[in-house]
Write a protein that binds this ligand. Sequence first.
Ligand code: GDP
Ligand code: IMO
Ligand code: MG
Length: 422
Amino acid sequence: MANTVIVGAQWGDEGKGKIIDVLTDDADVVIRSQGGNNAGHTIQVKGQKFIFHLVPSGILRRGKTCVIGNGVVVDPVALVAEMDRLTGQGVRFGKNFQISETAHLVLPYHRLLDEARERAKGTNQIGTTKRGIGPAYSDKASRTGLRMIDLLDGDRFPSKLRTNIDANNRVLEAMGAQTVDYGAVLSDFQLAADRLRPHVTNTVLLLQRLMRAGKSLLFEGAQGTLLDIDHGTYPFVTSSTTTAAGACSGSGVPPHSIDRVIGVMKPYTTRVGEGPFPTEDGALGDMFHKMGREFGATTGRKRRCGWFDAVVTRFAQAISGIDLLAVTNVDGLDELDTIKVCVAYKFRGKRIDYPPADAAYLRECEPVYREFPGWRSPTGGVRDFRKLPPNARAYLNALADLTGAKLHVISVGAAREATFWR
Ligand code: GDP
Ligand code: IMO
Ligand code: MG
C-alpha cells in the first residue's frame, strides 16, 4: 500500500480517528506528526469506545507500529495516563509503540500559561483546549524548550527543568496566575520518564528503516486545515502545521515519499472554540446536540455547527493536495428536508471563492448557498454506495466536485463497520 497522509479538511473533529482505524488495516506504520493532546480522536470497535489524544489510533490493530514523531508536543504525564487508560481497555504497548527523542515536552507551566493568556484576552479568547499546546510550541520556536531526550537524561534534566520553571514562574506571577512547584514536577516527570524510556528512540532512523523494508506509512493528521498556524483563521488557530506538509516536517519523511493525501470531512461543518465560521447555524447545532452528537472528545464542549462550506474544503484541497476524500457522519443529515451548501462567499459586494486571510474579513463574509434535497431515510445500516438513497449519492458527489477531489471512503456511523468505499 501507498504512503498516505490523512488531513482534516475543516476545523478539526472531521472523524480522522475513525478513518485512520479503517485504513490501518492496510498500513504497517501509523504516525502522529503534529499537535499534542489537544487532539481527540474517537474510534468505536465492537461497542467499545476509545479516545486517543497522543497515542496513534493505529494501536488498536495488532502488529502495527505506532510512532509519535518529532513534530508532536508531548505531555509525558498525560501520555502515561492515556496509556494506562488504554491498557485498561485491553490495548498493549510493546516495542511497536515508539516516541521521537526530539519531540518537545509540554510542562505544567505551559498549561498554566495557556490558561492565564486566555484569561488575559478577555472577550478575545481563542477558546483553546488549555492543554498548554501554544506555549509549548512557543518555547520550541524560542529555542528554550525541553525535549524527550532531556527528560531521559537523569543528570541534566533537573537543572534544565529548574531554569525553565524559574523563568516561567516569574511570568506566571506577573500575570497573577498560580505558579509551579519544582519538586512536584520533577518527581512526576521522573516517574513518567521511567515509564516512557523503553519507547523513546530516534524515530527518523526508525521510519527510514521501515520505508527501506517496504512498509507502508499512514500519517494521522491532527486538528484541521483551517486551524493551521500559517493557513488557518489566525489567530483563532492551533500552533502547529495541520496541513499535509506537517506530516513531513513532523516525522523526517521526505515529501517525495508521500503517495497520496486523503482529506477527511463531514458533510456539514463543526468548530470548537472561537473564531469566524461563516456557515454557522444555531438551529442545525441544536438538532445535532439533541441527537447527542457534536460534543468535543477532548474538552466535552458543545461543538458549533453549520452547513458544509465548500470554500473551506476547496482551500484545504489546494493547500494539502488532497487526492481523495473520506466523508464521515453522513447519517447526521438523514432527517433534513433541505440541505444547504456554501459554494462561495459574498465579501463587500463581491463574490469570492477563497477564505480571506484576515479573520475579521472572514467574519464579514456571507455564504452563497446552493440547496440540495434531503433523503429523509436512515443511512446508518447502508454498506454499499449504490444502496444509499439517490439524493444522498447526489449530495456526496456534489461535495466532491465542489471540493475538487475524488470520493473514496464514506462513513455512516461511529462503528468501524459502518464504512464503505465509493
Ligand atoms: P477526529 O478528531 O477527526 O478524530 O474526530 P472526533 O473523534 O473528535 O469526532 C468525530 C465524532 O464523530 C466522533 O464522536 C466519532 O465517533 C463520530 N463519527 C465518526 N464518523 C461517524 C459517522 O459516520 N457517523 C456517526 N454517527 N458518528 C461518526
Ligand atoms: P482533533 O485532532 C477541533 C481548536 C481549539 C481552539 C484552537 C486552539 O480532535 O481534530 P489549542 O488548544 O490547540 O491551542 O486550541 O484549536 N482545536 C481543535 N478543534 N479538533 C481538534 O483536534 C482541535 N485541536 C485544537 O478548540 O479553537
Ligand atoms: Mg477530535
